[in-house]
Design a protein around this ligand. Structure first.
Ligand code: FUB
Length: 462
């Protein structure tokens, strides 16, 4: 007989002992607002994260960005929003598009915030600079006009995303650009004027935008967003990086340090804080998030002995774009004490129905109907479910049947127009239905006689 309870119990406890399930997707540094394009700076015992502020409405298809916020942390885990410390209105010559900036301390001890903005002059984006006496400002326009614009000789096809780096000898470097046009220049000690020509660095393979420069053990690193098919789905970006022995290059491409995220754009900041390296980046994982409603998050980063960077593990695993489960809180009618409910939305794609390498939800030794459920803090529009069943060839088997329900505000009701509820092994079982707006989606699972049921992964999509 296929079911052997003693073996099942033994296997279950072995699983308990051996399965190290990754943590759930790292939480956004805030869910009070949508944030994007992080830059990081350490001053004393404080980690400062400077972010853009996405204000697009739900379903919006353009960036709506008017100001920048500053967040502080003493542990790189909890962050305090210090508020909007700079806005488009602070630049009299600019009118919109408060995109990705970075703050650097000048030799004069003041803090310079370089930001791309839509200037009111010819062309689109320019780079301006504000200055303040502390990392929290107050900041004012330091120049009264762009530092870089379309009229700057050899400027980028899109003058955005400045990264500023100060070498040990005090020389300051500015890198920036988009539309495959990376550019670099030295800055004067005044932090507000270019020192010498704008150059086009070489060796930075597949550069798209979002450069971030830093130095470690005498090696210069340049991380950047790349959108080639070798690392990201169409319309998305990964983060590649290059190294050099001189801050102006030439650079040598070293590979991918962050895979595609759930937003189309990707944007790194890499920093050492209290002895630990981190990558700060954004995705679309916050409740109600999207490509224009992004959220900044942070994960640890580490180096190999040869100085190459290990790929950042996005806590919870690679993100499936648009998967609303990533931002949901799961609950259930019953989970076996040695199983892991959180495995169902950790982003892992199972190799087969017995693949519990990332943990599994299972309800052995319950039989009959049990359920798992996702809850979101605000209503989500959902029209598609994908479930990958767990079958351990012991006490947990594929279900006899299942059904999808949603909370209509007062009761659970079947999702309308469901295409079915598949129970196949070794694949995501896809159910499509008429879109519902809800804060809760429930998957009711009925077992085969004599067996319990389990789920490896459950995705939900708009
Ligand atoms: O946030 C607007 C733009 O999207 C940034 O400047 C890019 O880096 C990308 O994240």
């Amino acid at each position: 007989m296929r079911r052997r309870w003693a073996a099942a119990v033994a296997a279950a406890f072995l699983l308990l002992l051996t399965t190290a399930r990754p943590a759930l997707a790292g939480p956004p540094i805030t869910t009070a607002i949508y944030t994007a394009d992080p830059a990081a700076l350490v001053v004393g015992d404080t980690l400062y994260v400077y972010t853009g502020h996405d204000e697009a409405p739900p379903g919006g298809t353009n960036f709506v960005m008017r100001d920048w916020h500053v967040f502080t942390s003493s542990d790189a885990a909890t962050f305090t929003d210090q508020g909007a410390k700079l806005s488009i209105a602070d630049f009299s010559w600019a009118g919109a598009d408060a995109w990705a900036g970075e703050v650097e301390r000048g030799a004069d001890g003041r803090y310079y915030w370089y930001v791309p903005v839509n200037g009111n002059g010819p062309g689109w984006m320019d780079i301006g600079v504000a200055v303040g006496n502390s990392p929290l400002g107050p900041f004012t326009d330091a120049k009264g006009g762009p530092l870089v614009s379309d009229s700057t000789p050899n400027s980028s096809p899109l003058n955005i995303d400045p990264t500023v780096f100060t070498d040990d000898d005090g020389q300051v470097y500015l890198y920036w650009g988009s539309y495959y046009g990376l550019r670099a220049a030295r800055l004067n000690a005044d932090m507000t004027t270019l020192n010498g020509p704008v150059v086009t660095p070489s060796g930075v393979s597949n550069f798209w935008e979002a450069p971030w420069m830093f130095k470690r053990d005498g090696v210069y690193y340049l991380a950047y967003a790349a959108n080639d098919s070798g690392c990201a789905a169409p319309g998305h970006a990964c983060v590649r990086y290059a190294t050099a022995s001189d801050p102006m290059g030439p650079w040598t491409h070293r590979g991918v340090v962050l895979d595609q995220v759930s937003s189309t754009t990707n944007h790194p900041a890499i920093i050492e804080f209290k002895g630990q390296w981190y990558m700060v980046y954004h995705n679309a994982a916050a409740p109600g998030g999207g490509d224009f409603r992004r959220s900044v998050t942070i994960d640890k980063l580490s180096f190999n002995a040869d100085g190459t960077m290990r790929k950042v593990v996005q806590a919870g695993g690679p993100v499936t774009p648009g998967n609303l489960a990533a931002s949901a809180t799961p609950s259930t009618s019953y989970v076996s004490p040695w199983e892991t409910l959180g495995a169902i939305n950790d982003g892992h794609t199972p190799a087969n129905s017995a693949d519990h390498s990332h943990g599994a939800y299972g309800n052995w030794n319950h039989q009959g109907t049990e359920w798992v459920e996702y809850r979101w803090p605000s209503a989500q529009t959902i029209s598609r479910s994908e479930v990958y069943w767990f079958d351990d060839d012991l006490g947990i088997d594929l279900p006899a049947s299942c059904r999808l329900q949603y909370w209509n505000g007062s009761a659970y009701v079947p999702v309308p127009g469901a295409s079915g509820c598949g129970t196949a092994a070794n694949a995501f079982n896809v159910t499509t239905f008429t879109p519902v707006s809800t804060t809760r989606l429930r998957l009711s699972i009925t077992s085969r006689t004599g067996y319990s049921t389990g789920v490896l992964e459950w995705r939900a999509f708009a």
